[in-house]
Write a new protein. Structure first.
Length: 280
């Protein structure tokens, strides 16, 4: 800290006149976004309900560092925008995808997290509606691809992050570090083909999303305005990776939804009542 900061000034105007930002380290600021979507995997028989798969959007980097590695959409903060504005702009620029929800996850600030220098990343979890997806890389992203994601711990407490898309498979290994104020952080054991510390960001984002889903806070963002209770339950199970009993689920969710006068329509399925989120 500069000795100038200890001087006495008669007014704030005088203080600001002598203040120099160059007296302090000025790291770059970035935003990285873990964008999740629940994708419907159609069954061969139209009589069966389609399976739901949790997917994560990754971009293949077109520039150094980590050229040709997979990374989360993200980029640097501009002087005229907030971090939230930056996150929204970056995901749209790199992927042409407009998120329907954006949730702060954590700040990642290890001094060596980026080989270009001191860069502090604000991480966000985003929810993308399946019907709004338009997969297309842009900016410095050579490709933008939805990967099916699984994230579970083994008997030794090592978390395995698996991302799969057709013949591409990415595996990263992590260890749970700590939980503070309800947020869990992770140390990377093996980052696989993921750039920077994005394996840890993905792990933290998915853990935060699951925590929100346990309280039914996140599940509505994955659905259209009108939905069936089966669709709602399937979203809950897909995010948390835990099966629930339909009767228990309906009881827990009853105060959060309200019936509409509409029903589903389509071959092979009995019409089902449509619901909407109750506005409090």
């Amino acid at each position: 800290m500069s000795d100038r900061s200890h001087h006495s000034y008669s007014s704030e105007e005088e203080f600001l006149k002598h203040y120099s930002p160059e007296d302090f380290d000025r790291p770059s600021v970035a935003a990285d976004i873990a964008a999740f979507m629940i994708r419907s995997s159609e069954e061969e028989s139209y009589r069966k309900e389609p399976k739901s798969v949790l997917s994560l959007l990754l971009v293949k980097r077109g520039v150094f560092p980590f050229k040709d590695k997979w990374a989360l959409p993200g980029g640097f903060l501009r002087a005229d925008e907030t971090v939230e504005d930056c996150a929204l702009r970056e995901i749209i620029e790199e992927t042409n995808v407009l998120p329907s929800a954006l949730m702060p996850v954590a700040v990642f600030s290890k001094p060596d997290r980026d080989p270009r220098g001191r860069i502090i990343s604000h991480a966000f979890a985003s929810v993308i509606g399946e019907n709004a997806v338009n997969e297309k890389g842009g900016d410095d992203a050579a490709e933008a691809v939805w990967f099916d994601i699984s994230f579970e711990a083994d008997k030794n407490g090592i978390f395995r992050l698996l991302l799969v898309k057709d013949d591409i498979s990415i595996t990263a290994l992590l260890r749970e570090k700590e939980t503070r104020f309800g947020k869990t952080s992770f140390d990377i054991i093996d980052s696989g083909e993921l750039a920077f510390d994005h394996a840890a960001i993905i792990a933290a984002a998915l853990t935060a999303l699951r925590s929100q889903a346990d309280r039914f806070e996140a599940i509505f963002d994955f659905l259209p305005e009108r939905f069936t209770l089966t669709q709602l339950m399937r979203v809950q199970e897909t995010i948390t990776n835990i099966s629930v009993l339909p009767a228990n689920f309906r009881r827990k969710i009853s105060e959060l939804v309200e019936e509409t006068d509409e029903f589903t329509s389509g071959a092979g399925h009995r019409p089902a009542k449509l619901y909407k989120k109750r506005m409090h």
